[in-house]
Design a protein around this ligand. Structure first.
Ligand code: ZN
Length: 274
């Protein structure tokens, strides 16, 4: 399991890689967003070299506000074009997976409308994804894409799409944390994880691990019980980086402590395929 962090879109990507390496973070969750990390502003050969120098792989993250389900066809196409540019950029830095946030912003339209548009856009992106060798995964989001049923509307239709599980989001606007059920349904398709804390309800607070209401001891046991051993980004948003290094230690300790208990976790990967 590798622990990493995301570059801040308002800061220089190379500087971000350097302090993460100093903090002994193990990969970069490279988000390609304006103003400073827009794909058209970056030198990807330089980024690849800096990552290699620090022995850090990259995972691809994209802006959450690209309108891939827009009722305006020209906007939907433009969003797909931007994500296509991201796919090509991620291929240059050696990232194997790129996340996409499902879109729901289609006022006056039923849910079925934007689900169909999301699927259409994802299928168009998969054509390029195959060409450049980067996989596509979708991230769970509060309210509309946070349960097995909701995400299944996309994941069941497009089997090549991976799951990117955000543990903070899975605690918002739900009766109980949805990660265990998502792992049970889609565990074998899990490609990347985000962790941060919050207090439930609607506020996506991105707090350090252990400071909100998410039971990370239980969640880490479940995650390991599913056989996951990939990348985990600490999406802790605080100016003081001690909160990030603290969260890294919390996660590493929980991960190591839970190893003996994975068999009891009840999230057996072999029983999980849906
Ligand atoms: Zn996230």
């Amino acid at each position: 399991m590798l622990i990493g962090a995301m570059n801040h879109p308002e800061r220089d990507v190379l500087d971000e890689i350097r302090w993460m390496a100093e903090m002994k973070l193990e990969f970069l969750d490279l988000t390609l967003e304006p103003p400073c990390a827009a794909p058209w502003r970056l030198d990807f050969a330089q980024i690849r070299d800096e990552l290699q120098r620090n022995n850090m792989p990259a995972v691809g993250h994209t802006a959450y506000y690209l309108p891939i389900a827009s009722p305006f066809e020209s906007l939907r196409k433009a969003a797909v074009e931007e994500l296509t540019n991201c796919l090509r950029a991620f291929a240059k830095v050696g990232a194997k997976w790129m996340n996409v946030h499902p879109d729901r912003y289609a006022p006056m339209h039923p849910r079925s409308f934007y689900i169909k548009r999301d699927i259409q856009s994802l299928r168009e992106l998969l054509d390029v994804a195959h060409e450049v060798g980067v996989g596509i995964m979708i991230e769970n989001l509060p309210h509309d894409f946070n349960t097995v049923e909701q995400l299944g509307e996309i994941l069941d239709e497009v089997p090549e799409i991976g799951l990117h599980l955000d543990y903070g989001h899975a605690n918002l606007e739900v009766e109980e944390h949805t990660a265990p059920s998502l792992l049970h349904a889609f565990g074998p398709r899990l490609k990347h994880v985000h962790m941060h804390d919050n207090k439930g309800g609607r506020k996506d607070l991105h707090m350090p691990l252990g400071t909100g209401t998410i039971d990370y001891r239980y969640q880490v046991e479940c995650l390991k019980g599913c056989g996951y051993d990939g990348t985990i980004t600490l999406e802790v948003f605080a100016d003081d980086r001690h909160y990030l290094s603290y969260s890294r230690d919390v996660l590493r300790n929980l991960w190591e402590e839970s190893s003996a208990k994975t068999a009891e976790a009840g999230c057996d990967r072999t029983a999980a395929y849906r």
